[in-house]
Design a protein around this ligand. Structure first.
Ligand code: HAM
Length: 419
């Protein structure tokens, strides 16, 4: 019969991969937890409307990449493609504005987008992220960026670059869009056909064109960064000063666009040249209008998300120590059901005493059980001889000793050499 494989664009996190993820999770806890961010996890599915309203109906995510389904009662649900809108929903739903502000969260979970799978791009992927809600001060923007830089550094992510921009307010953006569209229309004959066809749909896309003539024209095009209102400009300047003071290098990129509609003001993205085409490790920005758009009081917010797989792909291979095994319990005569009970109980009591203990479960002979103990790096093997006695063997030294059953755990806990 044909075997069944994981669905396209999904993959298994095997125990050996889980270990590196565990390290990443504990680094997030250390770095973000230390700065007052606390863990939050929202449901894997939400009402489709949350993303349509929050992420933006015209984005690629909402138009093409959502896994949406009917819940059987005529309501449309969607597997979460991102975490910011759900966290803002939770913030409003739980009245968290009453908590001491800002409310700072971190999260680590799986997300879903119907994208074409390739290296570093999956249909189910994990993100680690953080959101700081309630604070509009530019220090918050810099804090989030500095902490993310620290996380990438702690994970040994190589070849990172930080791109930075400001998207101003939606009102400024509308004015700018008109100005850019007029500029493109005035130079239509010099544009590549693709860009020309998309002038009205998304004029910003012209900045990404690989066509030479278009690129030359875009070098002189009006830039949003030069059109910031006085408050937005001041905010952006302060974010830059703080990043300079923190020694974080960045490039201003007036063409930076991210596929979510909720951004205002600061926008940033870390890339790594250790990754292939999917070079974005993590990014984020400010979303000062999002909570209001979801029915809450006007509340500023800023955050980021980074791809767990991409951090691990671009990160250093930390040497992973094998899981410690303090004790392997082997029952010499497995046919004797009383002895088996004694072995089972010894293992259980060893665990209760805080030891990492395993019972031999495969019916191995004594000889192959000892080989197995070597393979799993067990420190001790206890061979249950009868109901009262066991032989305790220290694997490193090869020394062994007959002990009363009650003395086995105490001897290991003392860590004493057997004599
Ligand atoms: P995003 O840029 O859409 O932002 O995703 C963040 C990161 O998730 C990307 O930089 C990438 O590393 C990873 N990622 C995205 N799609 C995939 C995929 N199909 N396979 C593997 N990794 C992927 C957000 O999601 C925003 N919620 C970030 C944010 C938080 N903005 C403010 N707060």
């Amino acid at each position: 019969m044909a075997i069944i494989q994981a669905a396209k664009g999904t993959y298994d996190v095997l125990p050996r991969d889980a270990e590196r993820r565990g390290i990443l999770e504990s680094q997030v806890n250390r770095i973000f937890g230390g700065a007052g961010y606390r863990r939050i996890e929202t449901p894997v599915f939400e009402s489709t409307e949350l993303f349509a309203r929050g992420v933006g109906a015209s984005t690629d995510i909402v138009q093409k990449e959502m896994y949406s389904f009917d819940d059987g009662g005529g309501r449309s649900l969607t597997l979460r493609p991102e975490g910011t809108a759900p966290i803002c929903r939770a913030y409003v739903e739980h009245g968290m504005h009453k908590l001491p502000l800002p409310v700072k969260f971190w999260y680590f979970g799986s997300f879903f987008r119907a994208e074409q799978p390739q290296k570093g791009r999956y249909r189910q992927f994990w993100q680690v992220g953080a959101e700081a809600i309630g604070a509009g001060a530019p220090e918050t923007d810099a804090e989030v960026i500095v902490l993310l830089a620290e996380l990438l550094d702690a994970m040994g992510v190589k070849g990172t670059r930080l791109r930075l921009a400001s998207l101003a307010t939606p009102e400024t953006r509308v004015e700018y869009r008109d100005e850019l569209t007029a500029y493109l229309r005035a130079h239509e004959s010099e544009l590549s056909p693709e860009v020309r066809a998309r002038i009205d749909l998304n004029p910003m896309r012209a900045f990404d064109s690989s066509d030479r003539a278009t690129q030359a024209l875009m070098a002189d095009a009006p830039k949003l960064l030069d059109r910031l209102g006085p408050d937005d400009a001041l905010h952006f300047e302060q974010v830059r000063r703080l990043l300079d003071a923190a020694g974080i290098r960045y490039e201003l990129d007036p063409t930076l666009v991210r596929g979510l509609d909720y951004y205002t003001r600061t926008l940033f993205e870390f890339t790594s040249d250790a990754l292939g085409a999917q070079s974005g490790v993590g990014g984020g920005g400010r979303y000062d209008r999002l909570i209001e758009q979801l029915g809450g009081e006007p509340t500023p917010g800023i955050g980021f998300a980074a791809g767990v797989e991409r951090i691990l792909l671009a990160g250093a291979e930390q040497p992973i120590a094998p899981d410690p095994v303090d004790l392997l319990v082997v029952v010499a005569d497995r046919e004797n059901r009383d002895h088996t009970v004694v072995g089972f109980e010894l293992t259980r009591e060893a665990r209760q005493a805080g030891l990492a203990a395993q019972l031999e479960l495969m019916g191995r002979s004594l000889k192959s059980a000892l080989k197995h103990a070597d393979r799993i790096h067990a420190r001790y093997v206890a061979i249950v001889k009868d109901q009262e006695t066991a032989t305790l063997k220290e694997m490193d030294s090869g020394q062994q000793h007959e002990l009363e059953m009650a003395g086995v755990i105490a001897t290991i806990l003392r860590g004493s050499r057997l004599v």
